[in-house]
Design a binder for this molecule. Sequence first.
Ligand code: MTE
Length: 315
Amino acid sequence: MARYRYPIPPSHEITPRDVYARRRRFMKQAAAVLGATALPGLFPASALAWRDQVSEAEPGRLGTDETLTDRETATSYNNFFEFGTGKEDPKRHAQQLRTDPWSVSIEGEVRRPGTYPLEDILKPHDLEERIYRLRCVEAWSMVIPWVGFPLRDLLRRFEPTSRARFVAFETLHDPEQMPGQRRDILDWPYREGLRLDEAMHPLTLLAVGMYGEVLPNQNGAPLRLVVPWKYGFKSIKSIVSIRLVEDRPVGSWEASQPREYGFYANVNPNVRHPRWHQATERRLGERGRRRTEMFNGYEAQVASLYTGMDLEKHF
Ligand code: MTE
């Protein structure tokens, strides 16, 4: 199988982005036509690589028009405990993570279970850019142009059975590459879960890029979840396993401190975290604080998922 060099040369830095995107689109179409007749290998593999798709993703169709967080900040102030507990640790240490080759297993209550190379997982999906807020538990937030595709497109492809009610995700477990996993901070590998209807909501994204580029390792390369109406810890990084299950999964944070981190983790200014209030947040790059919005500002889109539920009990 062809291996793609990483990172690809940033040709968009020397070509205006729209010209670049048009050219990429043309190359992809040409590759598709040629692919049908040409011998495999005749057309440069890189023209078919999913990484090239990232920079041509359709910009900003859903989301917000708020000012974007500066890219440098969003890629230097991170939570990724596999690489340390300090906010600057992930940028410093995550570079050692090998993200290629990468495969993801889709298991459990699906008709087509298996372990698939990331290329195969992504190939049929159209990547788009979506500008979403991400709000972390410790009350900072940012606005990021993610590049990805709705998780539901992938789930549908693998055909969940009627018994599937939840989706459980796992990060890579490899203490050699992820030194944080040698310490007892969490029950590794990092785990998270969603109810199936949350996973099928069109706002729930599998991201492979941000700011028109492939995801930096510290932000969860090569594949991460983005659930914009929930606290950031639900947005699990560097995913290797997606399992459809009948019983509600327990995430790593919920397992370690169930009083502090609930399964739902919907952004809710009215529900206190035991050690700090959640009513305001600091938008990275801004002075002062702003009021936190219910469901992180996505109330109109997602409130109906929780009709009739006591959100203080199901925090
Ligand atoms: N995923 C893994 N595997 N490990 C982590 O430590 N941290 C979570 C989430 N996903 C984390 C993770 C938390 S607490 C937050 S706030 C977000 O990632 C931070 O995402 P960012 O660094 O891209 O802003």
